[in-house]
Design a protein around this ligand. Structure first.
Ligand code: FAD
Length: 428
């Protein structure tokens, strides 16, 4: 028997690894593992866990239609595989590649276990168009600036043919087995009250994306984030959608995603340290009271507060506002970008380590292709440009024009000058 291990590819259609597993002429046991090392760090009603479970239920109901079943486990992957190997005669484990530092370490350990047990481990590229070193400079080194990366990405894209892996057509190869399908309760979780937004990749949205994407009150972004994060949609299909439009701006965002993925792949240490080492010499204020006010949306800067309240309530924040809140934390409050990155990681439905770290380092000035540190967002000017009528802000701060709304916790001018001084001392 072979195994197909679902991870960040929670769908039956156009799933590369699943396609290969189902075409290997051996029965396939499909599994998912709720990894205890990850779950143990999350609140019991984490919305992403609910989302994952909902996706698994969708897969399960498709399997049930043909009298088959998905096996769902809870534990450490190494322990689960030890059990599966001891109970079955497993030839090959198929899965799709995962590029995050934790996943790479986990897979390396599993590879050892598989080797000792003469089990093959076959991974496929599924969650990106180009992985690892497939888009690099002519001298083989990675790009650290977006525009040339994106140009090379597009050049390489012209040379490939996107295949639709019709994995859903081979489900009869799924094996019969008696492993359980664990419920949320079985893994110690409960359903989240947060509603997951549906995504929109209509031609209309993509055609108008460039003009609308910067205005949070218009709410005209795709909400694809969580679907891409957990592979509930195929990136190849989304790229084809993007290409239906003459306007490239949406495609460029999907390329930003791959840009940051390859950065984390080549520079895994940037999940914890600055890409530009000098920036680790910044002496942060790290004031815990001010951090709490930022988290709670009580800084007295309406754009920042509206964004943080949107995040706390919905698990989503518009990109323009993510940039403003992140910049405010690092530059106005002089709080370490890692604190903000960790907070976003806890709250964002679409949390993706490579994008979160990449964008936070961009905001702090310490990352690849980051804006120079002396360019500091003015959170009040940003309102004039992007929420002139205060529609977005008032949605999240009903008490805006009352005495209940707090005074600014820092003075913009003083904070700006302090930031310039402290950054200059560290990076020269
Ligand atoms: P759309 O605007 O519709 O874009 C479509 C897709 O393109 C997104 O779903 C995403 O996959 C990709 N994309 C868009 N912008 C970016 C970007 N700047 N970097 C990388 N990919 C991008 N994005 C995440 O997916 N996960 C994160 O954890 C994350 N953290 C962020 C933290 C900060 C401080 C900032 C400034 C941005 C962050 N982003 C993150 C990028 C961006 O804000 C979100 O991808 C976007 O807001 C998600 O909403 P959407 O799906 O409607 O995006």
């Amino acid at each position: 028997m072979n195994i197909f291990w679902f991870r960040r590819d929670l769908r039956l259609d156009d799933n590369v690894g699943l396609f290969h597993a189902l075409n290997a002429d051996v029965e396939v046991l499909p599994i998912f593992i709720f990894d205890d090392s990850i779950l143990s760090q999350l609140p019991k009603d984490d919305a992403r866990v609910t989302f994952i479970h909902n996706q698994l239920e969708k897969i399960q109901s498709k399997f049930h239609e043909i009298g088959k079943s998905l096996a769902v486990f809870h534990g450490k992957p190494i322990a689960v595989f030890n059990q599966l190997i001891s109970e079955n005669n497993i030839k090959t484990v198929y899965t799709n590649s995962d590029y995050e530092p934790y996943a790479r370490k986990r897979d390396l350990e599993l590879f050892q276990l598989f080797k000792e047990n003469e089990v093959e481990f076959k991974t496929s590229k599924d969650q990106v168009i180009f992985e690892k070193s497939e888009v690099v400079k002519d001298d083989g080194t990675p790009y650290v600036v977006y525009t040339p990366f994106s140009n090379k990405w597009k050049e390489n894209f012209k040379k490939i043919q996107l295949i639709n892996y019709n994995s859903e057509d081979y489900l009869e190869k799924i094996s019969l087995h008696s492993y359980p399908f664990l419920s949320l309760k079985d893994i110690g979780f409960e359903a989240s009250k947060i509603k997951i937004p549906t995504f929109d990749v209509s031609k209309n949205l993509i055609d108008n994306y460039e003009a609308t994407r910067n205005f949070p009150s218009q709410d005209k972004t795709s909400y694809l984030g969580i679907y891409l994060r957990f592979g509930a949609v195929s990136i190849r299909k989304m790229i084809l959608k993007a290409l239906e439009s003459k306007n490239e701006t949406f495609l460029k965002e999907l390329i930003w995603r791959e840009f940051f993925m390859q950065i984390l792949w080549h520079f895994p240490h940037t999940s914890k340290s600055s890409f530009r080492p000098k920036y680790d010499a910044i002496i942060w204020e790290n004031n815990e009271d001010l951090f709490k006010k930022w988290c709670d949306g009580k800084t007295g800067y309406p754009f920042v507060d509206a964004g943080m309240r949107e995040l706390n309530k919905t698990g989503h924040m518009h990109n323009r506002v993510r940039m403003i809140t992140a910049s405010f934390l690092c530059k106005h409050l002089l709080i370490d970008w890692r604190w903000g990155e960790t907070y976003f990681a806890q709250k964002l439905l679409d949390y993706e380590q490579s994008s979160n770290v990449g964008n936070w380092q961009w905001a702090a000035g310490s990352g690849v292709d980051a804006a120079p540190y002396f360019r500091i967002f003015n959170p009040t000017e940003q309102v004039k440009k992007f929420d002139k009528e205060l529609k977005y802000i008032k949605k999240w701060i009903p008490e805006l024009e009352t005495l209940n709304y707090p005074q600014p916790i820092v003075d913009h001018k003083e904070a700006r000058e302090r930031c310039l001084r402290v950054y200059k001392e560290a990076v020269g």
